[in-house]
Design a protein around this ligand. Sequence first.
Ligand SMILES: NC(=O)c1ccc[n+]([C@@H]2O[C@H](COP(=O)([O-])OP(=O)(O)OC[C@H]3O[C@@H](n4cnc5c(N)ncnc54)[C@H](O)[C@@H]3O)[C@@H](O)[C@H]2O)c1
Length: 378
Amino acid sequence: MKRVLITGGAGFIGSNLVSALHARGYEVTVLDNLSEQIHGNDPESSPLFKSIQNKVRFIRGSVCDRNTMERALNGQNVVVHYAAETGTGQSMYMVDHYTRVNIQATAMMLDILGSRKDHGIKRMVLASSRSIYGEGRYSDANGRPTYPAHRDEADMQVGRFDLYDPHSNAPLTLVATDEESLIHPSSVYGITKQVQEQLVMTVCPLLGIEPVALRYQNVYGPGQSLSNPYTGILSIFSNLIMNRKPINVFEDGQESRDFVYINDVVAATMLAIERPNVGQGIFNVGSGEATDVNTVVQMLSKYFNRDVPVVISGNYRLGDIRHNFADLGRIRKQLGYEPKVSFEQGIANFVEWARTLGPMESGYEQSIAEMKERGLMK
Ligand SMILES: NC(=O)c1ccc[n+]([C@@H]2O[C@H](COP(=O)([O-])OP(=O)(O)OC[C@H]3O[C@@H](n4cnc5c(N)ncnc54)[C@H](O)[C@@H]3O)[C@@H](O)[C@H]2O)c1
């Protein structure tokens, strides 16, 4: 299992995984189109690309291109499939593009492997996502698990952001989302991740390949894109703080996410690559803790040592979930994964790194305008 192909391996998670694999003596091939949204308009000078350049065989091209994909798959033992479009909000109005890159290209890769008796690939690790759970798991007033559908716009308009039992109107209690929880994505991005996962889990065993789907929560840390306005509140808020601009906190700031530090994600992924006999594994990868957006703002202000005006605006985006955090029971037990970096330590590292890059032009205001124009943000 020494030769690994990482599609999208020049991205945030991929480039960090490259370093770990390289240090362990793997021969790594990266297939990546160096998308401008992630790598800027001079992608070959992007810090992420530079960080992997001398560690891998690099193929610049799209996973949607059959010839390129065929070439990249030659001689590999493991495929880590990361290449994807990743903006939840953006996916709601670029439906065709998201579906092609995330679903169609995965289907094509599986067809190519199916046409080769001697493909040599033993395992495929797929970056799935917590977004497939939508709102995730709650418990009702009687302690029964329940999976609320998306929130009503009428509620959000009057600042009622939490989840309620549709029958009794009683508040629901947030609990950790395990892998058996209902899959019901609330965005096109989430739908593409669900279908990608189902394709890989269904087809790979027929091809003699062990599929492992890692349902990553919100991954953060040094190396994440500070200029992509479509993903990641840590990047967006950091840029605003460094540019001394006010922060608009959506909803009431009590919405939460499970932020998992990049080193923990790489460690989990290495386990998914190296552990023998994982079978058809589906694992949550997170910190196992919910952190609300108000806390994120406080932590960033603390470590940047700068206060900017914070407006808790009550704005909301259609398709956004209220909360979701991972139950890590399965991955702890089966892969021996344990997150090691606390949110506070992770933020300290992230801020130290972000300061070295300084403020960036991110197009954030334009992305907000786009969402508003399309009626996706209120
Ligand atoms: N970062 C997170 O919080 C998170 C959470 C859940 C799941 N994921 C998944 O993990 C994977 C990696 O995420 P990331 O944060 O490193 O994203 P990223 O955007 O930093 O990296 C994705 C890489 O894929 C490349 N790419 C995009 N379209 C491509 C195409 N058509 N052909 C070839 N390459 C292409 C980009 O150039 C980029 O280098 C993605 O599949 C994403 O959906 C990420």
